[in-house]
Design a protein around this ligand. Structure first.
Ligand SMILES: *Cc1c(COP(=O)(O)O)cnc(C)c1O
Length: 353
């Protein structure tokens, strides 16, 4: 029996997408493929809600995190990294690797970013602010608009990792003033792992074009000039992404977002009913795509969910390991999947008493 993936990425890949990925591989320089690639990119931009240049890279989401950093950041540049979980921390680590002078502004893991403290930490010479919209390690959602409002009329760029939210929660790249927005295939798109997405504003292009820092595979200038890609593209994964976008169009993005919101509420209510406490400090900062739950029994719960019920949920990361378990309800996960997971969890908890 195949296990039900209730992890916050990768997540269940629907049959339609798997079918599309079984099509014969054609050459990536043929007119047919080039047309499909352009069309897929344009449809992806609608999910991003952006008119900015948007690229599909072969690689997981982290490839796009690295692309965003290595293209914009020069040695010694001041970067303000807003951290309230594992993935926001990774953006700061990447900036350090490329020689930036990184100031980390850390919030409790489970709390959202506080814009008032960001305002205090910002200096006029800050080149880039980095943040995660939907912190997958804690199940907390951070508001983007209050942060971008602080950057209005400045030279500072805003980089937002929306990897675990795009396609499953409301996100407005252009309206919210996001210069670099990142996502990936295996979260709310319900696709297989292997593609990363990144949008780049005009303001970000100025920084990218002026940047002498070395980079090659992830050099976004190469992607901008390419027709349509500088290197071989995974034709199979583009077929899959195209099918994933078909499913989003069929369901309608707005309806899909409501489904995610409804399932998130269902999951949180069920979790609380079982006597658990969620990790986020309050209901209104909770993610709509995953739920992080506090429990000292996390390890045994995860094990029993898999062994006795064929349901895979995820553990906590970094210092939350062993203290938290996380349930993903993103992509193609339905109400029935959430109910099944809650029922299994109830049985597991009865046995552990
Ligand atoms: C999954 C995830 C990543 C990392 O993406 P990979 O595809 O594993 O490289 C980064 N940020 C967030 C918020 C994520 O959820």
């Amino acid at each position: 029996m195949t296990e039900l993936l209730m992890t916050p990425g990768p997540t269940l890949v629907p049959l339609e997408i798997r079918g599309a990925m079984s099509m014969p591989v054609i050459h990536h320089r043929t007119p047919e493929f080039i047309e499909l690639f352009h069309e897929t990119t344009n449809r992806l931009k609608r999910v991003f809600k952006t008119e900015n240049d948007t690229f599909i890279l072969s690689g997981s989401g982290t490839a796009c995190m690295e692309a965003a950093i290595c293209n914009t950041v020069q040695k010694g540049d001041k970067v303000l990294t807003l951290v309230n979980g594992k993935f926001s921390e990774r953006l700061g680590d990447l900036a350090k690797v490329y020689g930036a002078d990184v100031k980390v502004l850390e919030f409790d893991w489970g709390s959202p970013i506080d814009p008032a403290l960001v305002k205090e930490a910002l200096t006029p010479d800050t080149k880039l602010v980095t943040m995660v919209f939907n912190e997958t390690s804690t199940g907390v959602k951070n508001e983007v608009k209050p942060i971008s409002d602080l950057l209005n009329g400045t030279e500072t760029l805003l980089l937002v990792d929306a990897i675990s939210a795009l396609g499953g929660d409301e996100f407005k790249t252009d309206e919210w003033g996001v210069d670099l927005c990142i996502s990936g295939s295996q979260k709310c798109f319900a696709m297989a792992t292997g593609l990363g997405f990144i949008s780049v504003s005009q303001k970000a292009w100025s920084a990218i074009n002026d940047n002498p820092n070395p980079r090659y595979y992830l050099d976004l200038r190469k992607y901008k000039d390419a027709k349509p890609t500088p290197f071989s593209t995974s034709v199979t994964l583009i077929y899959g992404l195209s099918a994933a976008l078909d499913l989003i169009a069929k369901e309608k993005l707005e309806t899909r977002i409501v489904r995610h919101q409804t399932n998130a509420k269902l999951c949180r209510d069920g979790i609380k009913k079982l006597g658990f406490e969620i990790l986020p400090i309050s209901e209104d900062v909770c993610s709509n795509t995953l739920t992080a739950v506090k429990s000292d029994k996390a390890a045994v719960i995860i094990k029993k969910m898999l062994e006795d019920h064929d349901i895979r949920i995820a553990g906590g990361q970094a210092h939350l390991k062993g203290k938290v378990f996380r349930i993903g309800h993103m992509g193609s996960i339905t109400k029935e999947h959430v109910e099944k997971t809650l029922k299994a969890l109830e049985e597991v908890m009865k046995e552990l008493q």
